[in-house]
Design a protein. Structure first.
Length: 280
């Protein structure tokens, strides 16, 4: 009798271990494979085998919750059917050759926590309704060819901790809605075509550890509210047209490690900063 029970337990374990994901989810993965030249990936999939054996796929309770295909030779455009992966929490397709615009259906992935598409050749605009991804903690789209403005709806991503949009072709100003991202630790937009003054409301992002604004067309006085960002370790401002008493600002940031000013059209401020550093 005991042997029978043990056998049944092992059968049940085997049944659950090899349970397949739904046909919709599997079909979405196959679409991704075919749309991105899957036969030529560095780590390709055998479509005849179980999804659980496919490289970069994480499954929990028969649902696909993670896709990590970074550095895998993907080439092509993301299919609209990616929205069928409704349980997805992590999508990492970084360091590939993906191109085209992001599918409009991407914002239906309501459980997504990490969206990492950096170091590809995506173009077009960041979806205006990206704020629908309300569970996002990390949005990393740097080193692509995105253009247009940073969407206002990005302020709805109130769980966001990392927002990295650097090295694109983004224009316009920093949206005021950024002030709602109270959990943000990293804000990086360097090497774009952004302009305007830095909104004083950024001083309310007190969890910020990195603020990177270099290589844009920002101008004007730095808001005194930046001194409220006492957790800042990195503040990079070079290659803009800022003015102000930068030495005084640095003194008010106790944890600062990287403080890059470069030539910010304020020689007196730079001289003051150098003098104070020498005195230390």
């Amino acid at each position: 009798m005991k042997t029978l029970k043990i056998t049944l337990v092992f059968c049940l374990i085997s049944l659950f271990s090899f349970a397949e994901v739904s046909q919709d989810q599997k079909a979405a993965l196959v679409d991704l494979y075919k749309a991105t030249n899957g036969d030529s990936w560095s780590h390709s999939w055998n479509l005849e085998e179980s999804v659980s054996t496919w490289h970069g796929i994480t499954i929990e309770e028969q649902n696909i919750v993670g896709i990590n295909l970074s550095f895998n030779g993907l080439k092509g455009e993301l299919p609209e059917s990616i929205s069928k992966l409704k349980h997805l929490k992590i999508l990492n397709l970084s360091f590939n050759k993906l191109s085209g615009e992001l599918p409009s259906s991407l914002v239906r992935l309501k459980k997504l926590e990490e969206l990492k598409l950096f170091s590809n050749i995506f173009s077009g605009t960041i979806p205006s309704d990206i704020g629908k991804l309300s569970n996002l903690k990390s949005l990393e789209l740097f080193n692509n060819d995105f253009s247009g403005e940073i969407p206002l709806s990005i302020g709805s991503l109130t769980r966001l901790e990392s927002l990295i949009l650097s090295s694109n072709k983004l224009r316009g100003t920093l949206p005021s809605s950024l002030s709602r991202l109270k959990s943000l630790k990293v804000l990086s937009v360097f090497d774009n075509q952004l302009l305007g003054k830095i909104p004083s409301s950024i001083g309310g992002l007190v969890e910020l550890e990195e603020l990177v604004l270099s290589n844009n067309a920002f101008y004007g006085e730095l808001p005194t509210e930046l001194a409220q960002l006492t957790n800042l370790k990195t503040l990079l401002l070079s290659e803009n047209q800022f003015k102000g008493n930068f030495a005084a600002l640095k003194d008010k940031l106790p944890n600062i490690v990287d403080f890059d000013l470069d030539d910010v059209n304020s020689k007196g401020a730079l001289a003051t900063l150098d003098t104070e550093d020498d005195d230390d």
